[in-house]
Design a protein around this ligand. Structure first.
Ligand code: PBG
Length: 320
């Protein structure tokens, strides 16, 4: 055998290539903030911005024109609107519902995915209601349900619970169905790890925990079988798609879950993964474009059907 025979020319390599990164795979996460005419670069995510709604719309339009089919929205909430119960998260006229309505008007065909979690709205910076230093589960789920309903009402195509409370997928599914939102899907952050790779995202939204960490609800980095357990629960509760997050340090988890379920599997190429590539590229230490393509291709190879990535627009351009 001479395996090199199949590597001789680019044409041949293309023909025997096993996995392909496509623009259809990409979901573009976007940060939105209140105000008009402003965009602020996230310091730890060069090339990534928080946009006011008027400037977000052209960004969404551009993404759609590049072939990107979906965006995932995250809000920057001002301090005076934050409280322990995340009340602003289910304000029907809050930033996210207003943003969803505007996008659905301006770019009706792009899929809008909204984040269901309290952390951007929480004065404690946690994904749930805090009492005596504990994160309350069922009380939080009740708020998440209200949040998901407000997002569905605004026109979200998918709601994406990223909070890791137990039982939230089932509670959200039941409530959506009861209100007639049978076609609003659930993209469940099923295997979401307590990760240091989320640092830059918390800078972007000013959402870092005010005390402790998220280890009582997000998963331990050392666990793999537990990811399968979480996926099974979310599927039983009604998830339409499941997610692994972060992606790069968890390719084995993506692979296991892909083999375990027939549902589409999404991987989140998170903020810290983005920042590492940007930082090394800025030093001239790596070839940015090649490393981006290699990194995202590794997620496809591991089994990801969909990839959430801040590089979505860059990749769409590279693939053209
Ligand atoms: C929180 C949430 C986080 C991210 C998405 N949703 C951060 C966290 O759990 O603290 C991180 C995304 C990224 O790092 O790019 N509900």
């Amino acid at each position: 055998m001479r395996p090199r025979r199949l590597r001789r020319t680019e044409t041949l390599r293309r023909m025997v290539r096993e996995h392909h990164l496509q623009v259809e795979d990409l979901i573009y996460p976007l940060f939105v903030m209140d105000g008009v005419g402003q965009r602020e670069e996230v310091p730890s995510m060069p090339g990534c911005y928080r946009y006011t709604l008027d400037l977000l719309l052209p960004e969404v339009q551009q993404a759609y024109q590049l072939g990107i089919g979906a965006i995932a929205l995250f809000p920057l909430i001002p301090h005076h609107q934050k409280d322990n119960a995340g009340t602003e998260s289910y304000n029907p006229n809050g930033l996210i519902p207003r943003t969803v309505r505007a996008i659905k008007q301006a770019v009706p065909d792009i899929l809008v995915i909204t984040d269901v979690a309290l952390d951007p709205y929480s004065s404690e910076g946690h994904d749930g209601i805090v009492q005596d230093g504990q994160i309350l589960n069922d009380e939080t789920v009740a708020v998440l349900v209200k949040q998901a309903l407000v997002q569905a009402e605004a026109g979200a195509d998918f709601v994406a619970p990223s909070d890791m409370m137990d039982g939230r997928v089932g509670a959200i599914r039941q409530a959506l169905d009861a209100q007639g939102w049978i076609n609003v899907g659930i993209l469940a952050y099923s295997a979401k790890y307590a990760s240091a790779y989320y640092g830059p995202f918390r800078d972007a939204l000013d959402s870092a925990p005010k005390f402790g960490d998220k280890k009582t609800y997000q998963m331990d980095a050392a666990n793999a079988k537990e990811a399968i357990k979480e996926v099974d629960l979310d599927i039983a509760e009604g998830a339409d798609m499941v997610m692994v997050k972060p992606a790069l340090a968890y390719l084995d988890i993506i692979c296991r879950i892909k083999h375990h379920t027939n549902l589409p599997v999404a991987a989140y190429n998170v903020s810290g993964e983005y920042a590492m590539i940007k930082a090394a590229a800025a030093q001239g230490w790596i070839d940015e474009k090649k490393v981006i393509l290699e990194t995202l291709t590794s997620m496809k190879r591991a089994g990801a059907d969909l990839i959430l990535t801040y590089f979505a627009k860059d990749v769409a351009l590279m693939l053209k």
